[in-house]
Design a protein around this ligand. Structure first.
Ligand SMILES: NC(=O)C1=CN([C@@H]2O[C@H](COP(=O)(O)OP(=O)(O)OC[C@H]3O[C@@H](n4cnc5c(N)ncnc54)[C@H](O)[C@@H]3O)[C@@H](O)[C@H]2O)[C@@H](O)CC1
Ligand SMILES: Nc1ncnc2c1ncn2[C@@H]1O[C@H](COP(=O)(O)OP(=O)(O)O)[C@@H](O)[C@H]1O
Ligand SMILES: [K+]
Length: 462
């Protein structure tokens, strides 16, 4: 499990760790990890030209010490000091190693820019000197120290100017900005350097599932199980006007995780469903319902009927307008930003600017699990725990992909996962299946569903 901690938690853990090691140890660990990441990126040190953008705090200190390591490896290291005060010991180390201090100028030629402007102590936004220095170095790959300077570390928002990194090298644990958009988009790839913080960190409120977590959470068929013990998922989606939504919800549900898929809806859609998925049967008892995609006017009665069965429910698309009915129930609400905007009465732009805060607010308001779709989907449960999905590809932003996800989450609920696990595992699988199907090329929603069995097999293979 990848975990993200708050600045306050990181500071407390660092203080506890620092009390156990000689002064300066943590910064040295951070600086060596950072220098190694830069060496990897550059394919070596000798003759490489490295620009350090150095702010007033320890973040700048990390950059300066890493610069010293790089200078000793033969790199030509220049530091631009963007503050009247900088980490003096770090600057002395850089000078001793042969690095120099320069002044910001245009048309500079460096192989990499190291952003040591601010880290977890930074307020969002950049000051003038930093903006000008970044403009002078535009076009050069950027390695951010700990966080891209200027982002809001704990919320993942980017309310002001900020660094756009190609690689972010962080220390001890991840922070929200590394996982949550829009800040995560500014991080590029993220490397975590172990500085020995783990024993001092509390449980994290924000997590990102990893393949081994997903594999451990999937329930495999019992040797003596039968289709009913494996769970039955029911789909109430699609309508005369939107049969495809029903078909794609069924396709996601029919990934093989549940023992049986039922379809309860328009006869005309059921005929199409049976033609595409002959194994699907008609209405009956289920262990989980998926309601709402393409349901149109049937969404409200379909949701009421599903809730009356007292089994977990995925509330998708058209049914989200009636999400109040599912308050406090075992439910997964699956809005995209536009749908959540209507549910909360908040502008879509505000939701996209702070998906973490809005997913959490919605989970509390509806007292249910909320899966807010996006590049990095956010799954929030009431009380603040969150899982962020980091699998996926921009090719997944294709019509009907959400229907497949709803069906898949329903299948996972039917196998017995609780709503938080079903939503986060389903979202993870959905993104990974899209990547598998896409191979960096275009896909349609049905391709995502078709890739699920192979993906699941690769995860669960002994
Ligand atoms: N505390 C520790 O034990 C460790 C800290 N490390 C590094 O230390 C960093 C945190 O250091 P600090 O607490 O000194 O904080 P920062 O270096 O992140 O920045 C704080 C300083 O920047 C100024 N500032 C705030 N917002 C600004 C903005 N938008 N533009 C310009 N200046 C701004 C503040 O006035 C303050 O002086 C971490 O991100 C990490 O890089 C690492 O060396 C690992 C160990
Ligand atoms: N830029 C992106 N990168 C990766 N995945 C994305 C991106 N944008 C959207 N997605 C994913 O694509 C899917 C789209 O679902 P949705 O918006 O419900 O579409 P539809 O209603 O057409 O099915 C969601 O799973 C969402 O997380
Ligand atoms: K930084």
């Amino acid at each position: 499990m990848l975990r993200a901690h708050t600045v306050e938690e990181v500071r407390a853990a660092e203080a506890a760790l620092m009390a156990t090691v000689p002064e300066g140890t943590l910064m040295q660990r951070a600086a060596y990890g950072l220098a190694n990441a830069v060496l990897d990126l550059l394919g070596g040190g000798y003759g490489r030209r490295v620009l350090l953008l150095v702010g007033p705090g320890h973040n700048g200190g990390d950059a300066l010490y890493a610069g010293a390591v790089l200078a000793r490896r033969g790199a030509l290291v220049e530091a631009w000091l963007l503050s009247t005060t900088v980490h003096e010991a770090g600057l002395a180390a850089l000078r001793t190693a042969g690095g120099r201090v320069g002044t910001p100028r245009a048309a500079v030629r460096f192989d990499v820019v190291v952003d040591g402007i601010v880290g977890i102590g930074g307020r969002p936004g950049l000051r003038d000197g930093a903006v000008e220095a970044l403009a002078a170095a535009a076009g050069i790959p950027v390695v951010a120290v700990d966080t891209p300077s200027g982002v809001d570390v704990d919320s993942g928002a980017t309310p002001g100017e900020h660094v756009e990194a190609d690689l972010t090298v962080t220390f001890g644990t991840h922070k929200a900005c590394h996982l949550l958009d829009p800040a995560a988009l500014a991080c590029g790839a993220v490397d975590l350097v172990d500085i020995g913080l783990d024993p001092f960190l509390p449980p994290a409120a924000i997590e990102a599932l990893q393949p081994e977590d997903v594999a451990a959470m999937l329930s495999l068929p019992d040797p003596d199980g039968h289709k009913y013990t494996r769970g039955v998922v029911g789909i109430r989606a699609g309508s005369d006007a939107y049969p495809g939504a029903g078909l794609l919800s069924v396709a996601g549900a029919a990934c093989g995780l549940a023992g049986m898929v039922r379809y309860d809806g328009d006869e005309s859609v059921l005929d199409l469903v049976r033609a595409a998925h002959p194994e699907v049967v008609g209405p009956g008892r289920v262990q989980a319902w998926v309601v709402g995609s393409g349901s149109a006017a049937a969404a409200e009665p379909a949701l009421r009927d599903a809730l009356a069965d007292d089994v977990p429910v995925v509330v998708d698309a058209d049914a989200l307008a009636f999400a109040d009915l599912a308050r406090g129930r075992d439910a997964v609400l699956t809005p995209h930003a536009g749908e959540l905007s209507r549910m909360l009465g908040v502008d879509r732009e505000e939701i996209e600017a702070e998906p973490l805060a809005h997913a959490r607010a919605a989970a509390d308001r509806y007292d249910a699990v909320v899966l807010l779709k996006g590049r990095h989907t956010v799954v929030a449960r009431p009380g603040g725990r969150v899982r962020v999905t980091t699998t996926g590809t921009p090719w997944l932003a294709t019509a009907g992909a959400g229907d497949v996800l709803g069906g898949l989450v329903g299948a996972l609920l039917a196998t017995g996962l609780d709503p938080f696990d079903a939503a986060s595992v389903g979202s993870w699988l959905h993104g990974a299946a899209a990547t598998l199907a896409s191979q960096d090329g275009p896909i349609v929603a049905g391709d995502v569903a078709a890739a699920l069995p192979d993906l699941i097999a690769s995860l669960t293979a002994p």
